[in-house]
Every structure is written in structure tokens, then in C-alpha cells.
Design a protein around this ligand. Structure first.
Ligand SMILES: [Fe+2]
Length: 178
């Protein structure tokens, strides 16, 4: 049993606000990709999926005169830093194990180079998986942030992914015992 499920995160009002801001459909797709990659590459599927779900919750709304201003965003964005901090606070409040909360926060911090002066970070395998998962779902011009999903479908997809994670963790546990 995990301390915190994806559904616990999804139901929290802070997650609701920021997941919607940067695109709930994208967040869920990245969580699924991260799970799949972590499963294939023998990494922690729960941490990968949580980091995938929360990776973009640090976005700020860079609007000027009612329109999204990409230049302003490019120049001033620090969404991985804000996202890492926001996700960490949320996870700790929900009762996540602190070591896991830190690992998830760091994976969010390093999911992109876009906010850094150089792109020479050496990532852990898990951090790289979250970056790949995000890139798998990216669309030209940032359109992935605007894809819509019905709230009920989103919920079902989160519950389905929780089930897949539980099953994977159970299987791992069994193989470790035998
Ligand atoms: Fe993203």
C-alpha cells in the first residue's frame, strides 16, 4: 500500500488548480508515459507517475493584454523550481514519505533545461524518464497545454493508473519474497 495515491493528489484543491492551469490532459498523459517507461526500465513506477502528473504544476500565467506572452514566459519562467516546491509541499501535506517526496520534487526540478542557462545537467535514470515522458506528449507551439479532457474521464484515467501501479508494486514485492 502506498502512503499517497494519484487519486489523493488529483482530489486536492491545490493540485486541481495548478493541474488545470498547465493542462490536465497533458499531466495525465505524461504520468502514463512515465509509468510505462519506468516499468520497462525497472525504475520506481510510483515515483515516476507522480512526478509525471505534477511536473508542470509550477507554471505561472504570463499574460499581457489578455494574451499569452511567449517572450515574457521564455525570459522569466522558473516553472520547474516552483513546481518542485509546490509538489513537495503538497505531497508532504498528503502524508507522502519524505524521501519519496524529495525524489519526486527533484525529478520535477530537472524535467527540462528550458529555465537554465546551460543544458549540462547529469540526470538520474528516473529524472531522465520524467523528461522523456514529457517530451513524448509535447506538441508544437505548446499546444499540449491546451488539450482538454472531461473531468470524469480524467478521474477514471487516474484510477486506472493507480491500479496499474499497485499491481506492479505487488508483483515486485512477490518476486522479492520468492
Ligand atoms: Fe510538460
Amino acid at each position: 500500500m502506498r502512503d499517497v495515491s494519484l487519486l489523493d493528489i488529483f482530489k486536492h484543491h491545490i493540485a486541481e488548480k495548478y493541474l488545470n492551469r498547465s493542462g490536465l490532459a497533458h499531466a495525465i498523459a505524461v504520468a502514463h508515459h512515465a509509468f510505462k517507461l519506468a516499468k520497462e526500465q525497472n525504475q520506481d513506477v510510483d515515483i515516476a507517475a507522480k512526478a509525471g502528473l505534477l511536473h508542470d504544476i509550477g507554471h505561472f500565467t504570463w499574460y499581457r493584454n489578455g494574451k499569452w506572452d511567449y517572450d515574457l514566459y521564455k525570459k522569466n519562467d522558473i516553472h520547474p523550481i516552483k513546481g518542485a516546491e509546490r509538489a513537495h509541499k503538497l505531497l508532504i501535506r498528503l502524508g507522502e514519505n519524505p524521501i519519496r517526496a524529495k525524489t519526486i520534487a527533484l525529478a520535477i526540478l530537472f524535467h527540462t533545461d528550458s529555465f537554465l542557462p546551460s543544458n549540462d545537467i547529469i540526470r538520474t535514470h528516473l529524472q531522465q524518464i520524467v523528461k522523456w515522458a514529457d517530451e513524448k506528449d509535447e506538441e508544437e507551439g505548446g499546444l499540449h497545454h491546451y488539450r482538454k479532457i472531461e473531468i470524469e474521464r480524467a478521474r477514471e484515467s487516474i484510477i486506472r493508473l493507480d491500479g496499474l501501479i499497485e499491481k506492479e508494486l505487488e508483483m515486485k514485492n512477490e518476486s522479492e519474497i520468492s
